[in-house]
Design a protein around this ligand. Structure first.
Ligand SMILES: C[S@@+](CC[C@H](N)C(=O)[O-])C[C@H]1O[C@@H](n2cnc3c(N)ncnc32)[C@H](O)[C@@H]1O
Length: 383
């Protein structure tokens, strides 16, 4: 089957690598998505193992339409009884980029009408809409006049791993955190630090990565479980195999935050994730000192939406000063939408990616803090 994994802009390359590693064929990067081919086993594995996918779609019909009536007719001619029952529930998500369909909601409504009318005509009964917990989530994608209908095999976004029992006011998305870890090039075999850890998302995703723990292992529900062809034995065998692949780790996964409330949240979330390896302490970054001579630090500091920029510039400068003084030998990575403040870190950027934290365009900067090198303390004006 042809399948499509959706992700955030900027993470397509790492998602493609994850898919190739899983054994997917014909892997091709798109915009906020990666297409691939695979069988049912690959579909289940993708949902269970991919850390940088938001959902896995299975296209079931593609046609061209330049108006609502043609859309309606084509949707109605697809046999929906193959996918759901008249007493079931469904919902439609739509993405429309087309001069022919100006209102994505209206296109979704027409699609819904066509499905409901087909069931009503055939069975005198119709499935109902459930936006929260539908049996089937249908994805309508219109690009100019090419319409694609897909089943969402994840149904609930894959960033919902099942460990977030406490919510920070500014949490980073789990898929974005996993993507940052992969983009950094960390191999999972040196100590990992997040000194502004908030609710612990980066620490938990780092723990999963280092332990080779499939990020979907804690979830109890995926959309494909409601599909008529759900193969429970195949699914259980893949889960068991993923469980058996989880490794013990000897590295440190260390989180700290100046806020005690954040530390409590991170602790609860790490426990819910089954990661006893994560150690946490309440402290300011200036009081954070590594125990080993090498490792990685990845963090999501405040961007300063509520503070004046001078405060942020001073804060980021302090971060840079402390990194230079105490984290020699480490790789340090920060994500921020605050470009001015990022410059004031005062370290040479070794790598830079553009990523999106919700609607905010961010830069994800890597700094190599070479031992005994002047490079680390060299300020660059053009980063
Ligand atoms: C954007 S939040 C991090 C959210 C986190 N990535 C998550 O997923 O929940 C930034 C965190 O930095 C912490 N923080 C700010 N300044 C700090 C400092 N100087 N030292 C330690 N923590 C600090 C805040 O308390 C806050 O929890």
């Amino acid at each position: 089957m042809k399948l499509l994994a959706k992700t955030f802009q900027g993470l397509e390359s790492v998602l493609a690598k994850e898919l190739i590693y899983l054994g997917a064929k014909n892997v091709e990067e798109g915009k906020r998505s990666v297409s691939f081919t695979g069988d049912q086993k690959m579909l289940y594995k993708a949902n269970l193992h991919l850390s940088t996918a938001l959902s896995i779609l299975k296209p079931i019909a593609t046609f061209t339409a330049q108006d609502e009536e043609t859309l309606y007719r084509n949707v109605k001619s697809t046999d929906w009884s193959k996918y759901m029952d008249p007493e079931g529930t469904f919902v439609i998500n739509s993405t429309v980029r087309s001069p022919y369909f100006r209102h994505s909601q209206y296109a979704a409504l027409k699609t819904k009408d066509a499905i409901v009318d087909q069931f009503r005509n055939r069975y005198r009964q119709r499935p109902s809409i459930d936006k929260e917990q539908p049996d089937i989530r249908i994805n309508l994608h219109i690009n100019r006049d090419v319409c694609t209908l897909s089943l969402d095999s994840s149904c609930v976004s894959l960033h919902k791993r099942g460990y977030r029992v406490r919510n920070h006011r500014a949490p980073i998305n789990e898929v974005l955190a996993a993507g940052m870890i992969r983009l950094s090039g960390w191999n999972g075999r040196t100590d990992f630090y997040d000194p502004m850890c908030g609710s612990g998302t980066l620490l938990i995703e780092a723990g999963f990565f280092a332990k080779k723990m499939a990020p979907g292992l804690l979830r109890t529900y995926f959309g494909f479980m409601n599909w008529k062809d759900f193969d429970i034995e195949l699914w259980e065998s893949l889960r068991q195999k993923a469980l058996s692949q989880v490794e013990e780790i000897e590295i440190g996964i260390k989180g700290s935050d100046q806020s005690l409330e954040s530390i409590k949240m991170a602790r609860e979330n790490a426990m819910a994730a089954g990661l006893e390896e994560v150690t946490l302490s309440k402290k300011d970054f200036a009081d954070c000192f590594p125990k080993k001579e090498e490792g990685i630090l990845i963090s999501n500091p405040p961007y300063g939406e509520r503070l004046t920029n001078q405060n942020m510039i001073n804060m980021y400068k302090k971060i840079g000063d402390h990194l230079k003084k105490s984290f020699t030998g480490f790789d340090a990575w920060f994500i921020s939408s605050n470009k001015e403040a990022m410059k004031s870190i005062g370290l040479r950027t070794s790598k830079k990616w553009t990523l999106y934290n919700g609607p905010l365009e961010c830069k994800f900067h890597g700094f190599a803090l070479y031992r005994g090198s002047k490079k680390a303390s060299k300020q660059t004006q053009n980063d």
